[in-house]
Design a protein. Structure first.
Length: 81
């Protein structure tokens, strides 16, 4: 049976309870990144509602993730050569 932890975080002025296997430190770090990115995007585009802002933030963070995956793949390939 997996161990589920509950962590309460604040993202863009809203409180969320996250339930999962990760510890509170990890969940808080993730929430801080999401909150920071939402605030950065809000400063650049002030006319989005919260839902649009959340989707744009998800797209931006996923873009970063995909780029990191590609860099990782390239490093693994380079190491294997």
């Amino acid at each position: 049976m997996s161990n589920h932890n509950r962590t309460t975080v604040h993202i863009f002025g809203q409180q969320y309870t996250i339930i999962g296997e990760e510890g509170a430190g990890h969940v808080n770090k993730v929430a801080e990144i999401v909150d920071k990115r939402m605030r950065e995007i809000r400063q650049q585009t002030n006319n989005l509602d919260t839902k649009q802002l959340a989707v744009l933030t998800a797209v931006n963070i996923t873009n970063d993730y995909v780029k990191l995956q590609e860099k990782y793949r390239q490093l693994v390939e380079k190491k294997e050569d």
